[in-house]
Design a protein around this ligand. Structure first.
Ligand SMILES: NC(=O)c1ccc[n+]([C@@H]2O[C@H](COP(=O)([O-])OP(=O)(O)OC[C@H]3O[C@@H](n4cnc5c(N)ncnc54)[C@H](OP(=O)(O)O)[C@@H]3O)[C@@H](O)[C@H]2O)c1
Length: 476
């Protein structure tokens, strides 16, 4: 057996306690280390001696799988982990000390190779060391909260003009090439109230877990209480703060109004609202109040929730709204004269695209309206992610593209970044994919003029007033 030893000292302008907790949880690695493609904690409960992590890495052209486990945890000064791969094993030692807002890390890693690979160690030792060094550069940047570069690249600009390269960005390859430029999100969201709709599955569940890991105070908006309780229990068992659960069907105007009234009554500031709940409906359906389901779920529900929660967003002093839209919106313009798809034969893809386009329009309108209130508003596209929503609504597309689809965590990344990072506070009204702003229109005639956006807002408000009036009359 032979080994490679690498040691480096790093200093951060972050409190010792935070850095210790962050580094002990190796599931954060996929966020800050360029070589790590995915990382998850496989032992329930808070991180302690014996906690295991599943780490997937890319080294050169090969994919490596590692089972890590914590072998020593002496709060707040020492963390030791052992990792086991197919042909090698790792011992990692992290010694920390610090005072006030500064801390110092002595990082040491020893990689042991078994026969016959051990014979080649001296050849690939420089490559291994340079890969570790690169990861540590990114750890330094993440803990120093250096801004990521989100300037559009030549490739992303081409994607904004031509549909095909644009669509390649939506795959996991697009995610992997974008990730190379990023800095991990290491904000501490303790005390920040974040409302998220649709956290019980897919992208919403991944966002919820990513934000829980940053200590956010989550408020789940779900229609299925049982699913919500199971997920809240799971997060608690994993050692994260337990989310509060609010039940509401986003397609129901009355349920959304009642939810907003409950939150207003509580009066807690809302630091972020994530409008994520959604689905694509292949067949025309109607909501509890008889409205076409795509429109009711993907546009009207999020519209009412966001408008009603404005006082609580304003109260936060610094707040963000994140609207999960879709690249599908590129294909359609809004149809102000036929919001519920009554004048032509129903088409689920078109109805979905129009509603998602409407959400992007509202993003631009709210960004402008609320710019003096400390509220920024973002729309985003998660890319194509492997979720229950996609396999159920688009089974053929799913079968053809499944090896290209992103994981839900990769789809969730930009939502989490928009909700947590400092950079995302600096802009408003943009449409994001992979932490980069993109055009909102590829096809002429699909972009809405500001006066159409104002008209859209008026129509949506009329819907909610009308339905609330009918409901209050029927209660009399
Ligand atoms: N996956 C992709 O490739 C992709 C691409 C572009 C955009 N998106 C958007 O990303 C968002 C999440 O989609 P996903 O792929 O993660 O789908 P998913 O796995 O089906 O999750 C959808 C979530 O929304 C909730 N939801 C749906 N309708 C609701 C309603 N009427 N009231 C309350 N909650 C409701 C679901 O609740 P239940 O658990 O109760 O069903 C679930 O938690 C959607 O807005 C979708 O349009 C996804």
């Amino acid at each position: 057996m032979s080994s490679i030893l690498y040691e480096q000292s790093l200093s951060f302008k972050r409190p010792l306690d935070f850095v210790f907790t962050y580094l002990a949880d190796h599931s954060h690695m996929s966020d800050w280390a360029p070589s790590v493609t995915s990382a998850s904690k496989t032992t329930p409960g808070p991180v302690r001696v014996g906690t295991h992590f599943d780490i997937q890495m890319r080294f050169g052209l090969s994919d490596l799988s590692l089972d890590y486990h914590v072998t020593a945890l002496e709060h707040p000064q020492y963390i030791e982990l052992k990792g086991k791969g197919e042909t090698f094993s790792i011992v990692e030692r992290l010694r920390l000390e610090g005072e006030g807002d500064h801390c110092h890390l002595l990082y040491q890693i020893e990689v042991y190779y078994q026969e016959p690979v051990s014979k080649l160690v001296r050849f690939f030792s420089p490559i291994v060391k340079s890969s570790i060094k690169k990861d540590l550069v990114y750890l330094q940047k993440a803990l120093d909260q250096q801004p990521s570069s989100w300037k559009p690249t030549l490739w992303s600009k081409m994607g904004d003009r031509l549909l095909l390269p644009g669509m390649l960005h939506f795959s996991k390859k697009g995610f992997a090439s974008a990730k190379d430029r990023w800095i991990g999100v290491t904000e501490d969201l303790t005390g920040r109230n974040i409302v998220i709709t649709g956290p019980t599955s897919g992208i919403g569940a991944a966002v919820a877990r990513q934000l829980a890991k940053l200590n956010a105070n989550l408020i789940f908006v779900c229609r299925n209480e049982k699913k919500a309780l199971i997920f809240a229990d799971a997060l608690e068992v994993e050692g994260y703060p337990r989310p509060r659960i609010e039940i509401a069907d986003i397609s129901s105007v009355l349920e959304v109004e009642a939810l907003a009234a409950r939150l207003l009554e509580k009066g807690e500031p809302i630091h972020a609202l994530i409008n994520n709940a959604g689905a694509l409906f292949n067949q025309r359906g109607v909501s509890a109040e008889g409205l076409e389901l795509s429109f009711a779920t993907l546009l009207l529900g999020p519209f009412i929730l966001t408008e009603r929660l404005y006082p609580l967003l304003k109260k936060a002093g610094e707040a963000r709204v994140i609207n999960v839209s879709s690249g599908g919106m590129y294909m359609q313009a809004i149809a102000l004269d036929d919001m519920e798809f009554e004048k032509e034969d129903y088409n689920g893809d078109k109805a979905y695209a129009r509603a998602k386009r409407g959400l992007v329009d509202m993003t631009e309108l709210w960004a402008e309206r609320w710019k003096e209130d400390g509220i920024v508003v973002h729309a985003m596209h998660p890319g194509w992610a492997d979720t229950a929503g996609v396999s159920a609504a688009m089974p053929k597309f799913y079968d053809w593209t499944k090896t290209w689809l992103r994981s839900p965590e990769q789809g969730a990344d930009t939502v989490t970044w928009l909700a947590a990072s400092k950079e995302a506070r600096e802009t408003s009204g943009l449409f994001w994919l992979d932490r980069t702003p993109h055009t909102t229109s590829m096809i002429p005639g699909t972009r809405s003029a500001p006066r159409h956006q104002s008209l859209l807002r008026e129509r949506l408000e009329e819907y909610s007033q009308k339905l609330s009036a009918v409901a209050s009359q029927s209660f009399r």
